[in-house]
Structure formats: C-alpha cells, structure tokens
Design a binder for this molecule. Structure first.
Ligand SMILES: [Zn+2]
Length: 89
C-alpha cells in the first residue's frame, strides 16, 4: 500500500497561518480535519485558536455583523499584545 498520506496533521506554522480560515469555515473538510488534529495535540496552537475564537465572538457581538473589519480585529489584537508585553518596560 502506498496511498499518499494526505491526512497527516498540519504543523504549527500552517495552523497559525490558516487559523482564521479554520475559524471562518473557509477550508475544505480535509484541511479542517488536519488543523483540528493539530490543535488537539498542540497547546500553543490551541491557545491561539481559543484567543482568536474569543476575539471573533467578541467582535461579532459588539458590531452584530458576520465579518469583523480587518482594522478592528487588528486593533483588538494590538491591544491584547500590548498588555502581554508590558513587563518589558
Ligand atoms: Zn502547533
């Protein structure tokens, strides 16, 4: 048997790169499964997934729209990042 192993789980860079596609349901079923498999096994990617999911949820609730404007998403992300890096000063 030499079937191509296309079901192999994604790696960290692919998962983080495509997390928004995953959350938005814009992937094929196969890719969704590969990302889901990786997130299950990888705590940092799970944390990123949870964070992005929370942001998406927050944005959706506050503006009542399906898609968050990219600028608003960036503003929220920057705010979170600035909180996390405060220790450096
Ligand atoms: Zn990972």
């Amino acid at each position: 048997m030499s079937a191509p192993q296309r079901r192999e789980a994604a790696d960290c860079s692919e998962t983080l790169h495509r997390i928004h596609e995953y959350l938005d349901g814009e992937m094929t079923a196969e890719d969704t499964l590969r990302i889901a498999q990786h997130i299950e096994q990888c705590a940092p990617c799970l944390a990123q997934h949870d964070l992005d999911h929370a942001i998406k949820d927050l944005v959706r609730r506050s503006c009542q729209c399906e898609e968050a404007p990219a600028e608003l998403r960036m503003t929220i992300l920057q705010r979170i990042t600035s909180i996390e890096v405060r220790w450096s000063d």
